[in-house]
Design a protein around this ligand. Sequence first.
Ligand code: UPG
Ligand code: MN
Length: 739
Amino acid sequence: MENSLCLNLSRVKKSNLIINKLHIFTHGFALLALIYYRTNFLFQIIKIEDKNTPLLPLALVFFSELILSFVWLLNQAFQWNPISRKVFPERLPVNDKLPSIDVFICTTNPIKEPSVDVMNTLISAMALDYPADKLHVYLSDDGGSSVTFQAVKEAWKFLKWWIPFCRKYEVKTRCPVAYFSADESKDDNEKFSSTEFIAEKKKIEEKYEEFKRKLLKIIENTSSFASRDHDPLIQVIKDGNSGVDSDETEMPLLVYVSREKRPFHPHHFKAGALNVLLRVSGLISNSPYILVLDCDMYCNDPTSARQAMCFFLDSKISPKLGFVQFPQKFHNISENDIYDSQLRSVWPKLESMDGLRGSILAGTGFYIKREALYGTSNIQEDVDLVQLQKSFGPSNEFIKSLILNYKPNALKDEDFSGLLLKEIKILASSSYDNNTKWGKEVGFRYFSVLEDYFTGFNLHCNGWISVYLDPARPCFLGSATTNLNEILVQYTRWVAGLVEVAFSRFSPLIYGPLRMSTLQSMCYAEFAYEFLIFLPIYCLAIVPQLCLLHGIHLYPKASNPFFIVFSFLFLSSQLKHMQEIFSTGHSIRTWAIEQRIWMLRSLTCYMYGTLNGILEMIGLREASFSPTDKAVNDERHKRYQMGIYDFQASVLLLAPLCTLYILNLVAFIIGVVKIFHIEQASEMFIQLFIPLFGILINYPLFEGMFLRKDDGRVAPSITLLSAAICIIILSFGSLVLIY
Ligand SMILES: O=c1ccn([C@@H]2O[C@H](COP(=O)(O)OP(=O)(O)O[C@H]3O[C@H](CO)[C@@H](O)[C@H](O)[C@H]3O)[C@@H](O)[C@H]2O)c(=O)[nH]1
Ligand SMILES: [Mn+2]
């Protein structure tokens, strides 16, 4: 009976689909009309050798329109087949029949990634609702810091209290800090109002406070130094004296892993760390499924593993199902989310890709098949050893673990020492990858700092498919970056990683279509080539404005039929954006914020990211992945919560924004005055509208430069510098346009 019921359902989002297709055809048609208008116009000028109309600004504006159209076109692949999914974990087979899971958690810097939070993530993963003997949690400490090592040991002691409590009362929020601050016991559930529960909860809360105090002491007394020169340290955390009265708790396995690091040895950041965990866990637990978590992303729903199994164990889904991705959601998003820290528009894209053989890999919050990462669908015992060593490195013990369903005996090895530990240390050494296929065809790929995107792309190219699941209760919650500088730096890193892929032989436009469907490769290409829009955004923030000042018109006048085409394109794209926002449950305010942040990211992150990506490719810059700061800065966090922009950011990031703001303001004001004098309003309508739109959308920047007095304003020196650059652009523009 049980087996005949399906474990999951998928549904095409019909209403979205109709709107999307209508948009594709009308907007696409209008774009063709625009291209016709521009080419026709340009030909005419060239043909009649019109010396009065300057060609350069027209060409620049047309070029911008072409790039925007190209990115729009790629984007339409996301609109093609949006689906949503549902699972029925209660229909899964009994616990005994469930496959085992290894959880990988990465951390690297105990100062930027506070130990209390990392331990909360670890605790939530240890407390997943899954048979304890089938759950193994590995913490990769890339900082190799003694603080983290000791913290893990303390966390283990607390877990001895925490896990039985969660099991007994079927606690939903198993991340202690979230549990004690949100308080689900307020539910009017009988279970949560019994005196017994209240007493126990109080006791556990005291244990948690004690755990935090001990952590603080460790942090005080231990150096947080993250070393880049140390031996590997791998330890299975075992019972110390936890103080639990009668200890029969069955606990998942917990392993601390700090891989070897050497100063001049590339360590490939997170991808390198994950590959070490893959190898080490291969010898210890070798679970067929793996959950990957960033250190700040805790498990918010203990049933996530069971939800994922609803796909992996579904015989109707292809055995080529490689991974199940959950969206990244965040616990620290304010009501307004003024920086779009939640990356709202990204997640619907993943959902749409799900209708095209699978969403991209998003770095954290996904369950993945070990086999997909090894690329070994049919390894048999008699396979050529030399060949395997070339791919997987010299360890024969590890190669043994590749054979399907191989169960390592490490767990039975009582003291987990001797030969096995020696072998594991070899697997965690900094040179193990050398001359193997690790990072290329095996494990997480090293080619781009955006290891998640690139690894997922490779898997899809190799024929794997994936699934995206966005249940009502978020399975994982992370901490989003909520200060402007941090956000821009983070985004720049992502763009650099994408640019490396876009300009390489792995370009989704070339490498993709040969290996996956055209629509799917268009989605990958949209991520990879979106950076290009910084060119049109710069052009459109400068060229029409300068021309406005010099009376050169670049757009059809209001009485020209093609004026309607331009107006339609603007309105249609804005309305589509609004429709997407409303359909994800947000308001018009979100529309304004996203427009603003989109311009801001294009002008800074896309430009600097492109620059960094190119410099990295030609070897003039070393790839870097410095983790985001997850420690909360009170002052700044308060501003974010209140919806006040904090412009304490690097001058490199702010100067382009301020310069262009001032330029648009000046152009608009002078433009209005001029037009009323010489009555050109009909010809200049669009050119007046562009700066006006920019000025209005980015009004907070105006406040930051000219009205605010608090610490979060734009530093006056930056405003002055921007004004100076603006004057240079204006004079340069006059030179070019007059001569
Ligand atoms: O050398 C390193 C650098 C980072 N990390 C870990 O990687 C994770 C992600 O780092 P974070 O600073 O949070 O970067 P984000 O930009 O927030 O991460 C996003 O982007 C990354 C790719 O750039 C993905 O790996 C992440 O999953 C995704 O959440 C964290 O747990 C880090 O501890 C390491 O283990 N080793
Ligand atoms: Mn992060």
